[in-house]
Design a protein around this ligand. Structure first.
Ligand SMILES: [Zn+2]
Length: 253
């Protein structure tokens, strides 16, 4: 084996100006940029196969198209933008190309304070049921004797687990490397932001659940309706043409 690995053209676009070695070929800077990022935490280029780069490039392209069409109808400061018409949301986080998520992508929402999950909910009702920061009080308000010690909050974020292949975990950072005393005005403002964000997620998750239920209901109901009209057709109450037209209408085709 030689000391130097011979550079080959970019395995994606064929450019001779290659930048990094992948698991199974070389890649140029342009193709790295077009992928929107394909390295996961601590991973090296040489560990990544071309197939994943292609998949990421495809996902990135689709996301850019969604992003262009995304138009926020609701906002919680710069933390969360929602497009109610398309049932989508993004976390701007000051990054260039945030991932466009759908309401249906949301799996669970956690509030993480000083590294501990203080609120956790996998459904809208679970989020609604837990008293906001109820558990946080238990963790943060450690008592020494009778005197309550207020914790110093150094980090506060919301983690959203998603079904979106572009990003399985999305984070909203409210405080990082900070020094905020629990119970202070700053802390209370942060709490208010968290509550506002959580209530938006509750609404989106409730909407997703509702849609799911509707779809289930719609399918059964549509099938039932067709059967009903089929009987009317068989009985000669309506013509075959009328039945066909009704069927198409019910199936939405
Ligand atoms: Zn290339």
């Amino acid at each position: 084996m030689g000391l130097f690995t011979k550079k080959e053209p970019c395995c994606i676009c064929g450019s001779a100006q290659v930048k990094e070695k992948l698991a199974d070929g070389w890649i140029c800077q342009n193709c790295i940029n077009n992928s929107g990022g394909f390295l996961s935490g601590g991973e090296k280029f040489k560990d990544v196969p071309k197939a994943r780069v292609l998949q990421c490039t495809e996902n990135h392209k689709k996301n850019m198209e969604l992003l262009v069409q995304f138009s926020a109808t609701r906002k919680v400061k710069k933390y969360l933008y929602i497009d109610e018409n398309k049932r989508q949301w993004i976390v701007p986080n000051d990054i260039k190309d945030p991932i466009v998520m759908s309401y249906d992508d949301i799996v669970s929402v956690d509030v993480i304070q000083n590294g501990n999950s203080v609120i956790s909910g996998g459904t809208a009702s679970a989020l609604a049921g837990g008293a906001l920061f109820g558990a946080a009080g238990a963790i943060a308000g450690a008592t020494v004797g009778k005197k309550s010690v207020k914790e110093e909050i150094t980090s506060l974020m919301i983690m959203i687990s998603t079904k979106n292949p572009n990003m399985r975990k999305e984070y909203i950072f409210l405080l990082s490397n900070g020094k905020v005393q629990e119970g202070s005005t700053t802390y209370n403002f942060l709490k208010l932001d968290v509550q506002n964000i959580l209530s938006e997620f509750k609404i989106m998750m409730a909407d997703a659940e509702e849609k799911k239920a509707q779809n289930r209901y719609g399918t059964t109901s549509g099938a039932d309706e067709i059967a009903k009209y089929k009987k009317l057709c068989d009985d000669g109450v309506i013509t075959k043409e009328e039945f066909e037209a009704k069927k198409k209408q019910l199936l939405g085709i």
